[in-house]
Design a protein around this ligand. Structure first.
Ligand code: FES
Length: 100
């Protein structure tokens, strides 16, 4: 039994599973996750290509400041993966975001 005054009590609410698509591949994720947390969990470290050097880039700050995690979401380019929550059926494209 949880004490109503215990603000640090754990709440066990099972996450709602949704499917998103990373470069066309279906991936199951928990509603409430960010795109970046899904990418990290499935092992995607290469997120976008540098428009200058054509080298792959990964995330850096994880909090919306550096713009290293840009992805294309449902046709919208240059979306920061680290601050964008997933939604069911979301289409995420990794790669050449700054050149679109
Ligand atoms: S990782 Fe820095 S803005 Fe997303």
């Amino acid at each position: 039994m949880v004490n109503p005054g215990d603000i640090f009590a754990k709440v066990n609410i099972p996450p709602q599973k949704v499917t998103i698509f990373l470069n066309g591949t279906a991936i199951e994720a928990d509603l409430g996750e960010t795109i970046l947390s899904v990418l990290i969990r499935v092992g995607h470290q290469k997120i976008r290509l540098s428009s200058k050097t054509r080298d792959w880039r990964g995330f850096y700050c994880g909090m919306g400041s550096c713009f290293e995690c840009l992805v294309c979401v449902d046709g919208i380019p240059n979306v920061r993966a680290c601050i964008t929550p997933i939604s069911a059926g979301m289409q995420v494209i990794l790669g050449d975001q700054l050149d679109r």
